[in-house]
Design a protein around this ligand. Sequence first.
Ligand SMILES: [Zn+2]
Length: 158
Amino acid sequence: MNDRRIRREAREANRQLELGPHPDLHSIQSWLEVKRGKPITIVELPALRGDDLCGLWVSYKGCDVVVHAPPESAFHQRHITLHEFAHMILNHQRTATSLELVHLPGLPETPLNVLGRRSFADDDEAAAEYLADLLMARILPHIQDPPDDQSGFNKVFG
Ligand SMILES: [Zn+2]
């Protein structure tokens, strides 16, 4: 898929999201939970090394889990989460990667699939990253961050 098609796919997905007048992370999450018919849990996993892979989407039969490394800031955490939400919105499915997932406490042993970043040359990754940017642009005007929060676009997201 070329870059233009990737962007078009992401823009169309973004347009289909009905989030009301004041969209935020929660309204995107609620929209997805209804669409996918299962709850989404967001978990921080200190064992995840943020320099290599900072986010994962782990899909179970009864729930979806977004796993993220300890974030550098609220902005960073939001971006990781939006990136994983973007994979869900775009309905990206992939079977388990070579990644050895640490067992997540309180969750069933075997996920249906795990989606982690492999390469940015990957079309799915490019589309998810672009959609995450679009989503961020939609929710950003409605967010009040603490003044000491540092923005950082310098990370690579899983
Ligand atoms: Zn990704």
